[in-house]
Design a protein around this ligand. Structure first.
Ligand SMILES: [Mg+2]
Length: 160
């Protein structure tokens, strides 16, 4: 691993493991979060119950959340319809202009922000370039999960 490799502050299995207490430890006052494969499976149209609960937890803790996605407008509008969050689509991470803009809108300092995402070379690299903290999460619904589902399906078929 050389110096140009994107560097994250911490890695988590899921966004669900990132709590207000952890954020407080790192002086984080605002969250920028990726959408696809970070909060839900790619293109899953709506926030599921755990996303809603996590966002509610952050809202109660007074930590603003802004969803920053490289995906398109239509996809984002479907997802955020009933949510009280900031959002940017077509963000072009690892470019940083949307991060800069979001920090301004949220009125938080660079050192008090974190970007949460599942991709090293889009999310973490964007955070590195913008000089903000980053948390890497495992992609929701990784191939292994799909593989396990297929395996179970075959097992079910065979046991009939
Ligand atoms: Mg992603």
């Amino acid at each position: 691993m050389n110096d140009s490799y994107p560097k994250y502050l911490m890695a988590f299995d899921s966004y669900k493991d990132i709590t207000p207490d952890i954020l407080k430890e790192y002086n984080i006052q605002g969250i920028l979060v990726d959408l696809d494969d970070t909060l839900v499976i790619h293109n899953y149209p709506v926030p599921d119950k755990s996303v809603q609960e996590w966002l509610m937890q952050m809202e109660h803790a007074g930590i603003p959340v802004c969803i920053i996605s490289n995906n398109q407008k239509k996809r984002m509008m479907s997802f955020i319809k009933d949510l009280n969050v900031g959002y940017f689509y077509n963000s072009f991470k690892p470019r940083t202009h949307v991060i800069e803009y979001a920090l301004g809108v949220m009125n938080i300092k660079r050192e008090n922000a974190v970007l949460i995402g599942d991709q090293l070379f889009t999310d973490v690299l964007a955070a590195n370039r913008a000089k903000i903290k980053s948390f890497l999460v495992k992609p929701v619904g990784t191939k292994s999960t799909i593989f396990i589902k297929i395996k179970r399906y075959i097992e079910r078929k065979m046991s009939k």
